[in-house]
Design a protein around this ligand. Structure first.
Ligand code: ZN
Length: 367
């Protein structure tokens, strides 16, 4: 982490620091920056970022004349900072540029320099070119997306994740696992992302339960940070699938953490894809991919795709991931969730289109 002050100074003296809820946790890092002569303006992100929050952050950035943004925190702080750096540089409103619910116009100006310092091992947002924002008005999450939004520098230091509570280790870690399975079976999978997923899947499978059981296990934390980083590279280059399609819908409608939604849906999303592939696309390469993912995660050379479903289900149970009903989601919510999920951008990379009844059954099973 010693690199951060020099990295930050390269982008100008005035910097907007975006942190999560507990900014005192990063007082040492911020003191290091101020010691280097940087003028820091702090902006806290209490939950997952919204369009309104990004407007506020961009206004603060302009009034402070900040020249760059550094996010120190989990995926929420990183996505918020990424979006603020882009919106502060541009003349339009967030709704001019956001996809699905806005006009999806290209940015007129290059976003201001953005530096990502993740303190969780989950979203991989430090290497993705989109920022996911919630919209209360639309009841859905959608992305600002541009290659120019990529962080100029990402400092991935597993030591920063040592203090993460077990429940956050579980939900963010299962998000990373989802982000390694979905790109691996995606219709946009390619040799580069395949290599990333093949390397990270066995590592995350071993490390996640260990990091959850003992948060001070440096080796497990390092493997989690590495796997999360690779998951971000994989999703940015191959897309996601049904689980993240649901996460976009549910995350916009309910106050439930992204990782918890992904974790609750993951085994059921895989099972739904397997059934649909066997019925309608038995020749699809995705079936063999699911078998391979089963072998990579379980370490069993004869594991089948069904073993992957069982392994994921028992892992989520072991890590005490609650069903979706824990977040107030009930059977009556299924229809609007399915309607929104079907339109989500992640759904387009799913190995095959799922019917509304298959999608509905998937959510019902995850309640
Ligand atoms: Zn995710």
């Amino acid at each position: 982490m010693r690199e951060l002050p020099d990295v930050a100074a390269a982008f100008g003296r005035r910097v907007l620091i975006v942190t999560g809820r507990d900014r005192l946790r990063h007082a040492g890092l911020i003191a290091m920056l101020e010691g280097k002569g940087l003028i820091c303006t702090l902006f806290q992100v209490a939950g997952e970022p919204s369009i309104e929050l990004v407007r506020d952050g961009a206004a603060l950035m302009r009034s402070a004349s900040a020249e760059s943004v550094i996010s120190i925190g989990g995926g929420s702080a990183i996505d918020a900072g990424k979006a603020i750096a882009a919106i502060a540089a541009n003349p339009g409103d967030v709704l001019d540029y956001i996809e699905v619910i806005g006009r999806a116009l290209p940015f007129e100006k290059t976003p201001l320099p953005f530096v990502a310092v993740p303190t969780t091992a989950g979203t991989g947002s430090e290497v993705t070119r989109n920022a996911v924002l919630g919209s209360k008005e639309h009841g859905v999450k959608a992305s600002l997306r541009s290659a120019s939004m990529l962080a100029r520098v990402a400092i991935v230091d597993p030591d920063l994740t040592l203090g993460m509570p077990a429940a956050v280790t579980a939900s963010t870690g299962l998000d990373a696992l989802t982000q390694l399975i979905e790109p691996f079976v995606s219709i946009r999978a390619n040799p580069l992302t395949d290599a990333l997923c093949r390397d990270a899947l066995p590592k995350i499978a071993r490390a996640l339960p260990r990091a959850w059981e003992n948060g001070d296990n440096g080796e497990a934390r390092a493997a989690m940070s590495y796997s999360s980083l690779l998951s971000g590279l994989a999703l940015a280059n191959a897309g996601l699938g049904v689980v993240h399609g649901f996460a976009a819908a549910i995350g916009g409608m309910f106050d439930a953490p992204h990782g918890c939604i992904c974790a609750a849906i993951l085994p059921h999303g895989i099972a739904a894809n397997l059934r649909a592939l066997r019925q309608r696309a038995p020749e699809s390469a995705a079936l063999e991919r699911y078998h391979e993912a089963a072998r990579l995660t379980t370490g069993e050379s004869r594991a089948s795709a069904e073993d992957l479903v069982r392994w994921v289900a028992s892992l989520t149970q072991h890590l005490r991931i609650p069903g979706l009903s824990a977040w107030g989601i009930a059977a009556g919510d299924i229809a609007p969730i399915v309607e929104r999920a079907a339109r989500a951008s992640s759904m387009k990379a799913n190995p095959l289109p799922l019917t509304d009844s298959e999608l509905g059954e998937t959510v019902r099973n995850a309640l």
